[in-house]
Write a new protein. Sequence first.
Lengths: 143, 143
Amino acid sequence: MFIGEFHHTLDEKFRFSFPKKFRNDLENGFVITRGVDNCLLVYTNSEWEDFANNVSMLPLTNKSARDFQRHILSGAVEIQLDKTGRAILPEHLRNFANIKKDIVIAGIGDKIEIWSEEEWMKRITEISKSSDNIANSMEGLGI
Amino acid sequence: MFIGEFHHTLDEKFRFSFPKKFRNDLENGFVITRGVDNCLLVYTNSEWEDFANNVSMLPLTNKSARDFQRHILSGAVEIQLDKTGRAILPEHLRNFANIKKDIVIAGIGDKIEIWSEEEWMKRITEISKSSDNIANSMEGLGI
DNA sequence: ATAAAAAGGTGGTAAAAAGTGGTAAATAAT
DNA sequence: ATTATTTACCACTTTTTACCACCTTTTTAT
């Protein structure tokens, strides 16, 4: 279970370190790809396999499906942490998430999100203002 | 499973190299043909066989089907990589995809797309802007 | 409260791998 | 048969990756 909010930075080689608490679950490699809402998503290998297979089988004849495949599959990168717990964030992922230097790594239960700190702050502020509305709109989703 | 986004260039002989990560799956030859949305499609031999069979069985009585057959089957080229992992991109495929020098090679699950860098950037920017809409339209496709 | 030790994070360097340009050989065409 | 064009291989350069060492911050014990 991934929880917590961690503020890290990219160095000039676009490396960043993962929070120590997450490393055990990631030591056998993982996948980062584009998510929704301008953030990146981290998948463990086994979760990724199921998800990627489903995405890969979407029909070529549907435009949204093609775009979704490009978004998810071409965005994906397999990563192994180095001995100090760092990874390199490729250019296409930085561009998508608007990441320059300061990032936020957020544990969201069974997944991890990576944000540019700026975008994260905007999002969190927005959520704080309207958490009651958001909670209301969860009715019917089984919470 | 092909994933990732790679930016390569054609040299003056119209050669380009495939990403190292894709080469194992392509070493026994593959097929490039016209795709949808101004990009080229790369299929491994076995994937191509299934795809091409399905396309060639489309009904002769349907005009769109006939055009689709022309599009896919007449555009196809069988290719073998050289020892350094490169291939030559024929003129009719360059013309179709508007490819000059800078290309993007995108892993899309069981296939690979080749784009002119310029067209790719347009497409991926468009997708990023509307990623939540695209995600919504994936509801019901079993994701 | 202060000091020492440990853990986590950062910058740099060296080795390996991937990509690109060029050249030689082979094939095809005139 | 000679020339032009294409194909395959070789070598170099640039980029990437992995490891090492240091520095900073936090924690614990006296």
